[in-house]
Design a protein around this ligand. Structure first.
Ligand SMILES: *Cc1c(COP(=O)(O)O)cnc(C)c1O
Length: 242
């Protein structure tokens, strides 16, 4: 069942304990913001995580999984419980779109017209309409993918014309910081963009918040938080052979 047989009962229990803590934190953030916990989707981010541990989270009701890497996803997907719903959150190369188009329910990382067109073509060929989010580089970091806030309205307008994608919302990965004032500043800016552009295109998903900042994200209107390490523990990347 497991890729390497390494997951112990103890690790599964530890994951469940962390999950209870996350759910309590989500509830607290919702209460503070006058929101309902059922309006927030908790996504489990699966990169580097063993499918046995992922499935244990799915059994606890965390059935939306976030995948970053096409190859890793394709090698693990047959092991996932059938009720798991997979969304793609990583940087996506146009030549890989075809490999995932009929295997995911939402692509969070559309950040250029070029990529939106590639998704549109692949969806057309697969006979479906793919929901996407536009990824916004809210921190303006040159190292990060995402469309700049300035260019976002034009991208949204052009993407909305494509008939085999549907823009359901926005996603962002802000610069990591533990400073809550800074978290609030960035997330409230995202929420403002989201609210403004909803006049132009109906959108209902605001994907923001990760392990270190999901409470601030929820207080600022996030509808989907993407949680990896706070749920599964610190990621262990495979060692390269020396
Ligand atoms: C890895 C990743 C996450 C989760 O990160 P954590 O800090 O471990 O919660 C969320 N979103 C994206 C796009 C990621 O790549």
């Amino acid at each position: 069942m497991t890729a390497d047989g390494n997951i112990t009962e103890e690790q599964i229990r530890a994951m469940r304990t962390r999950l209870s803590g996350i759910r309590e934190n989500i509830e607290r953030a919702c209460t503070a913001a006058g929101r309902q916990p059922q309006d927030i989707t908790l996504m489990a981010v699966t990169k580097t995580v063993d499918p046995v541990l992922i499935n244990a989270a799915v059994e606890e009701g965390v059935n939306v999984l976030g995948e970053n890497r096409v190859q890793e996803f394709l090698s693990k997907r047959s092991l996932y419980r059938p009720e798991a719903e997979v969304q793609f959150i990583g940087h996506l190369q146009t030549n890989k779109v075809k490999q995932i188009i009929d295997k995911v329910t939402l692509i969070h990382s559309a950040d250029s017209l070029h990529l939106a067109q590639a998704i549109d073509r692949a969806a057309d060929a697969a006979g479906l309409v793919m929901p996407v989010l536009l990824e916004v580089n809210i921190g303006g970091e040159s190292s990060k993918s995402g469309v700049s806030p300035d260019m976002l309205p034009a991208l949204l307008r052009d993407a909305a014309k494509l008939s085999h994608i549907r823009v359901d919302g926005l996603m962002t990965i802000p610069p990591p910081t533990s400073d809550e004032t800074e978290q609030n500043r960035v997330f409230s800016r995202m929420r403002k963009l989201f609210e403004e552009l909803r006049g132009q295109t109906p959108m209902h998903i605001l994907s923001m918040g990760m392990s270190g900042d999901y409470e601030a994200a929820i207080r600022n209107g996030s509808t989907l938080v993407r949680i990896g390490s706070a749920l599964f523990g610190a990621r262990v990347y495979p060692q390269k052979a020396v």
